[in-house]
Design a protein around this ligand. Sequence first.
Ligand code: SF4
Length: 229
Amino acid sequence: MSWYNGSMDESLARELALLREFGFTHLDLGNGSSQLSALSSQETEELELDVLGREASACVKCRLSKSRTQVVWGVGNPHADLMFIGEAPGRDEDIKGQPFVGRAGQLLTDIIKAMKLTRDDVYIANVIKCRPPENRNPEPDELDACRPYIRRQVELIKPKVIVALGRFGLQSLTEKAYSIMAVRGSWLEYNGIKLMPTYHPAYLLRNPDAKKEVWNDMKKVMAELGMSA
Ligand code: SF4
């Protein structure tokens, strides 16, 4: 049997790209096994997430690159069971380079704490990585340009549950014209992953009465993850 079957394994190709990124110029195959095998698949995914984030930090795929201070990639556990996906960075996020750090972010942190978790236990990201000027709504072509990043983040993190915060997060991830009012609190699915749509924390700041509904949604999420409320 030939030692080479003519098509490079996809994960091997990805690992090679990652190693090049990390400065490796050659591989020592003297003992008959590749150094690549030293990386577990989780480590490889973590590295790829990091590399992708650094790639995004220089992204100019849409006009938002011109007005941003910095790209807001995502924070948290790269192997989280629970991922929160919001819309776009605001002013505080644009300055600090982290998602959900303003007033709405504090509210999300409080929700996470009420679930007996920390921000380090979950992963938090937006569907748009650069702040739209004056916090305007993202344009369809901007959402299209940025969508591959969030989709790859989800593929690499492999959460068991995604919470979509608000209309844009939900619609852009799924590419479906859901009304958040109509589907909030009902389980949907994204690529085989359970998806819970709920209100964006910024909406809760304006409509505090809706906090009760969001908490009911989070109780469903906790039950799905086998956590007690
Ligand atoms: S919003 Fe997304 S696609 Fe547009 S420049 Fe920023 S990272 Fe690139």
